[in-house]
Ligand binder design. Structure first.
Ligand code: ZN
Length: 456
């Protein structure tokens, strides 16, 4: 057993002080606000390990504000290699996609592992304790499967394990360049040929020994999965498994869908049995009122990725309308133009302000719920995202005396509206300390790996 005394912590929907948290292995076994300081008189010396109770117990004091683990619900790990390199010149989502394909064409299982591990390490250093990896880069450049048809998926699972982050690997069905057209170029690496062969490959995926991982599934989009395959896909989804899909990120996708099927992408998914309480609609940017209603009635998650949507010029989704209709907001860093959960949280509110010319659509507590418990639930980790008895022991501590956070009050508004990834000082995932404040070492590793990919 081990114990932590948290100077300030987000517990039961509010910031509490001197919170004693006890752990047994990977689980939280007790949470005592106001620290019971009589029993812990030895804690007067900050940051020292001590034995306040009995031999074998240890208590570590964490200064600052400790949050539950943050969930990154939408990631394409390899897009990290594009940061700073695609923000030049003019263009659209579609021209950006060509640059993204150039990176996808360079990777093999070994380089994919190295890039994903460095990217996941950046996530851990930003306070993310789980990632939903939307994985579609499956095959060799000509489309032939590797000897292990899941070599790329297994590389991602190993990368997450070695970086110390939990993962839900969302193995993605991709069959078409667009509404039935054959996959071309690098897309051949994504394409399994049919929903049946995709399902066979996915059933051979195995979480690695020592990895805390779940296998979920995704359909890339209504562009890349024809309607009959959507139907087959829905049949293969196990009860309770996480199901993700890119939805209406682009106006052109909506127009093409209406031209091909006579309905919006959301209606198409609804008609093929795709929407439910474990479905995550990723982006959900350009929705009709009926789309919002359908997603809300299904209680589907809406996985917004504000920093990517901003970077790609996608548009501003109707986050509040979705939540009011019954959907549940979650947050992802998607293309990793930025990896910063704090920025994603506040961006939801800031974007609504820009769109509506009014302030105060989301409370900080609601945005924290999206980034923690709700995000974890959408990845299949219903037992993570809260500092509470029985939950996975994830603790994310931020500095309250940095240039960004100093003087901001030290409560949930500091976390959501002031802090940044650089303020994270300590991260625990499943009872294991995986980050202790050395952001520079994370940067060096990314620099090395990405440099090699671009010069290879
Ligand atoms: Zn995506």
């Amino acid at each position: 057993m081990s114990a932590y005394l948290l100077e300030h912590a987000w517990v039961d929907g509010r910031v509490q002080h001197d919170v004693l948290v006890e752990l047994e292995g990977s689980r939280i076994t007790s949470v005592t606000p106001d620290g019971d300081l009589m029993r812990l008189s030895g804690v007067a010396t900050p940051d020292k390990r001590m034995n306040p109770r009995s031999a074998g117990d240890s208590c570590t004091r964490l200064r600052g504000l400790t949050l539950p683990g943050l969930a990154n619900t939408h990631s394409h790990a390899f897009h990290r290699a594009l940061r700073g390199r695609t923000q030049t010149d003019r263009g659209t989502f579609w021209t950006w996609r060509e640059q993204m394909y150039a990176v996808a064409g360079r990777l093999d299982p070994e380089t994919y592992y190295a890039l994903a591990k460095a990217t996941y390490a950046e996530m851990v250093a930003a306070g993310y304790t789980s990632v939903g990896e939307f994985h579609y880069l499956h095959h060799q450049p000509d489309g032939t499967p590797y000897d292990d048809p899941n070599a790329m998926g297994h590389a991602l699972l190993a990368a997450a394990r070695d970086a110390g982050i939990r993962i839900t690997l969302l193995d993605t069905l991709y069959l078409s360049s667009g509404f039935g057209a054959a996959s071309e170029g690098v897309q051949r690496r994504f394409d399994d040929g049919s929903a049946e062969t995709w399902q066979e490959r996915v059933s051979a995926l195995s979480p690695l020994t020592g990895a805390d991982a779940l296998i979920g599934v995704a359909a890339h989009s209504v562009r890349a999965v024809p309607a009959d395959a959507l139907k087959a896909f829905a049949r293969y989804v196990a009860d309770g498994a996480a199901v993700h899909v890119h939805l209406s990120e682009q106006v052109k996708e909506n127009a093409d869908c209406v031209a091909a099927h006579g309905v919006t992408p959301t209606r198409l998914l609804a008609d093929h049995g795709f929407l439910g309480p474990m479905t995550s609609a990723v982006h959900a940017t350009h929705l009709t009122d009926e789309d919002v209603r359908l997603l809300g009635e299904a209680r589907a998650f809406a996985s917004f990725c504000p920093t990517t949507e901003r970077d790609l010029g996608d548009g501003i989704g109707r986050a509040r309308a979705l939540q009011e209709a019954g959907s549940v907001l979650t947050l992802g860093s998607d293309s990793h133009a930025i990896i910063d959960a704090f920025e994603e949280m506040r961006a939801v509110e800031m974007d609504e302000r820009l769109a509506s010319q009014a302030r105060g659509h989301w409370s900080a507590a609601e945005l924290l719920a999206a980034a923690t418990a709700d995000g974890h639930r959408s990845l299949g980790f219903a037992d993570a995202g809260a500092i509470a008895v029985g939950q996975r022991a994830d603790l994310v501590t931020i500095d309250l005396a940095s240039p960004r956070t100093a003087g901001t009050g030290g409560d949930e508004h500091t976390a959501v509206f002031a802090a940044g990834a650089a303020d994270v000082t300590h991260v625990m995932v499943d009872g294991k300390v995986v980050f202790e404040g050395d952001h520079a070492v994370v940067g060096r590793s990314l620099d090395d790996v990405i440099g090699r990919i671009w010069t290879s």
